[in-house]
Design a protein around this ligand. Structure first.
Ligand code: E4P
Length: 217
């Protein structure tokens, strides 16, 4: 399963990238607003750090304008992936841009039928939002499972990019049900390494080692 970082924080992206934990990055207009940075500049800088796809989202809502914005974003760096919302206009733009060879991430997916449409429109990635479904009392993970079944039934190559990740449990469950990619806030990825027994065991090893009076270097 690939790990994308859902952030425009360059320091955190670099930190995780140096550990080999970044296969790509996703952004959205809210993430860009939070960064306080110029959109194009920050996307360019992320693309310089990360080799994999970096999603940059259009802000137009009408297909022709989305296509124009997508073509502009695509020129920012060779690894830019154009992010489009799951609307009929977004699907139309998806069809055009993917036919031109531009990778497209279709975002704001909340149903299996929406995911089916995105695959038919040639999306490289579909982004179902787990956390926002959980927030309204639905089961986000059930959606990931449904999309996995539908894509496997028909051999769609669109990758399932599980988004709106809130917990380490979400990441484990995504891996269990076969999501192709997760995009997660950096702090949740870092938490994957945590276990109280690891801390306890390490503490005991360090105390015993100190008793030996030895050093490796
Ligand atoms: C990713 O592509 C989405 O923009 C992101 O995961 C949304 O997460 P949120 O629901 O926590 O805002």
């Amino acid at each position: 399963m690939k790990f994308f970082v859902d952030s425009a924080d360059l320091e955190q992206i670099k930190y995780l990238n140096d550990i080999g934990l970044v296969d790509g990055v996703t952004t959205n207009p809210s993430i860009i607003a939070k960064s306080g940075r110029d959109f194009i500049e920050v996307i360019k800088e992320i693309c310089d750090i990360v080799e994999g796809p970096v999603s940059a989202e259009v802000t137009a809502t009408e297909a022709d304008a989305m296509i124009a914005e997508g073509r502009t974003l695509r020129k920012v760096a060779p690894n830019v992936c154009v992010k489009l919302p799951l609307t009929m206009d977004g699907l139309k733009a998806c069809k055009t841009l993917s036919s031109e060879g531009t990778p497209v991430n279709v975002t704001l997916c909340f149903s299996a039928n929406q995911a089916l449409l995105a695959a038919k429109a040639g999306a490289s990635f579909i982004s179902p939002f787990i956390g926002r479904l959980d927030d309204i009392g639905l089961d986000g993970m059930e959606l990931i499972e449904e999309i996995r079944t539908i894509y496997d039934n028909y051999g769609f190559e669109t990758e399932i990019l599980a988004a709106s990740i809130r917990t380490v449990g979400h990441i484990r469950d995504c891996a269990l049900v076969g999501a192709d990619v997760i995009t997660s806030p950096p702090n949740v990825i870092a938490k994957l390494a945590d276990h109280p027994l690891t801390d306890k065991g390490l503490d005991a090893f360090m105390k015993d080692w100190a008793k030996t009076g030895q050093s490796i270097l």
